[in-house]
Design a protein around this ligand. Structure first.
Ligand code: PLP
Length: 497
């Protein structure tokens, strides 16, 4: 493809993307294709001769779009959102155009320097403690990772090494050091609430440590981890001969958007100085752009790291998980390996940041561009308004559900645009409630006009409806509610419940 062909193809592609977004609402949200559909259409080998762009673009229309689940539709109310916006898309375009591996500063100074700057912007926008800024006296800073799971396993490795290093700090020589580390390594355990995302458990598989989920009781309407419960779990682990080295606490759990009790947990941190505490705010962290949520960051200076995914709810295209650490040195101690081919004068003299030491891969994309474009296009005010709109329409939905006590029961305190509820059976116990809720949930998704998800918490099967889409309006939630009522009535009319 030469420049003039690229110009024509790019114009046609942009036109198609705009049409896609403008018409997305009229599409069935969930793809209706059957497993293996594409194999029947696409040749089994790559073409021998190159093809023109219009043939490829035609296949996008004919074969790819029908197999998409439309995450950008305002009728997509499932999981947590994956926001996409035009400035975010432009960021991806330029990132592709300026492709470079960016593993150290010299690879493309702009990529590193812009990342440091926009993550400081984000740190301030979210009102995180100043220790997470790149200019902090603790040596903190932010780095863009591909996903919250990657962020978690990365800090877990730093936590593991810090813990072992400290245990062995008084060893008289290398041999004794190694002996202590070998003895203790198999006893390391990471703990978190049983409502934490599975990425912590996966992190343990990768980091080679034990994992303990702490059962959280339902307190004050939701499933947050309290300081007392964490303290008891840490003490129990110690009693069992284990070495608790790491904890994930969550701002907005996946099932119910519960928030752990950070203030109380900050007190636990005081008594367990060797414990690395990481805040997983993958989805709900975006809400911190609004002042009414910023009280949640109080005490976070006692914790070691924090991550939130701008690609979930902050208007920035996938992938863009922002990780902040209080002391970068722990990442560097654990992850820095400098073979001769990566050496350069700027890194050697300590003048620059080399983000390869803050992550698992070596190479990295220029993802800071899309954050820069999004923040400059919307401004802090636009970001706050986007979250505000999602919360407002979420409240409309919550009120509609609450208004039909005969049909629905709100399960946990709705928060961050997420309402979790069950469907009331005419008679019967929890089992009947679970069965009916599941049946309604499946019937709604089978129709495909909206897409919702379900969860099971504490033996209760519940439906989750999330309003985190940048294009969502009140009418979308009103229609979703209508569909839920219709399906519930239809199923109940059949008499099984
Ligand atoms: N943490 C929480 C609270 C989540 O809800 C999710 C996914 O929804 C994750 C972590 C994992 O996110 P990622 O896909 O970025 O690894």
């Amino acid at each position: 493809m030469d420049s003039s062909q690229f110009r024509a193809a790019a114009h046609a592609a942009i036109d198609q993307v705009i049409d896609y977004y403008e018409n997305i609402e009229s599409q069935r949200v969930v793809s209706a294709v059957q497993p293996g559909y594409l194999r029947e259409i696409i040749p089994t080998t790559a073409p021998e001769q190159g093809e023109p762009w219009n043939a490829i673009q035609n296949d996008i229309t004919e074969h790819i779009i029908p197999g998409l689940t439309h995450w950008q539709s305002p009728n997509f109310l499932a999981f947590f959102p994956a926001n996409s916006t035009y400035p975010g898309i432009l960021g991806e375009l330029y990132s592709a155009a300026f492709t470079s591996a960016n593993f150290n500063w010299l690879c493309s100074p702009a990529a590193t320097e812009l990342e440091t700057i926009v993550l400081d912007w984000l740190c301030k926008l979210l009102s995180l403690p100043a220790c997470y800024l790149s200019t902090s006296s603790s040596g903190g800073g932010g780095v863009i990772q591909g996903s919250a799971s990657e962020a978690i396993v990365t800090v877990m490795v730093a936590a593991r090494d810090r813990y072992l290093r400290r245990l062995a700090k008084d060893a008289k020589d290398d041999k004794e050091r190694e002996k202590i580390i070998d003895e203790k390594r198999g006893k390391l355990v990471a703990l978190c609430s049983d409502q934490s995302h599975s990425s912590t458990q996966k992190g343990c598989l990768i980091a080679g440590t034990k994992y303990r989920a702490i059962k959280v009781p339902r307190s004050s309407g939701n499933y947050g981890l309290t300081g007392a419960t964490l303290r008891a779990a840490l003490e129990a682990a110690k009693k069992d001969g284990l070495e608790p080295f790491y904890t994930t606490v969550t701002l907005g759990t996946t099932s119910t958007c519960a928030v752990d009790e950070f203030k109380e947990i900050a007190e636990v941190a005081r008594d367990w100085p060797e414990l690395w505490i990481h805040v997983d705010a993958a989805y709900a962290g975006a809400a911190l752009v609004r002042e009414e949520f910023q009280y949640l960051t109080e005490g976070m200076e006692r914790f070691d790291s924090f991550n939130m995914n701008m690609h979930k709810w902050l208007l920035t295209n996938f992938d863009c998980s922002c990780l902040f650490v209080k002391e970068r040195k722990h990442l560097l101690d654990a992850l820095s390996i400098t073979p001769s081919y990566l050496r350069n004068e700027f890194s050697e003299r300590g003048l620059v940041t080399d983000y390869r030491d803050w992550q698992i891969p070596l190479g990295r994309r220029f993802r800071a561009l899309k954050i820069w474009f999004v923040m400059r296009t919307y401004g802090a005010e636009g970001l706050r308004n986007h979250i505000g709109n999602c919360l407002e329409v979420g409240k409309v939905f919550e009120n509609l559900i609450r208004g039909r006590e005969d049909l629905f029961t709100v399960f946990t305190t709705p928060s961050f645009g997420l309402t979790v509820f069950t469907v009331n059976p005419i008679t019967g116990d929890q089992k009947a409630r679970n069965n009916l809720t599941k049946e309604v949930y499946e019937a709604v998704n089978a129709d495909g006009e909206i897409f919702i998800t379900s969860t099971i918490v504490d033996g209760t099967y519940a439906i989750r409806v999330v309003s985190g889409n940048p294009r969502i309006e009140r009418r979308h939630l009103e229609r979703a509610f209508e569909i839920l009522v219709e399906k519930t009535n239809e199923i109940k009319a059949k008499g099984a419940h």
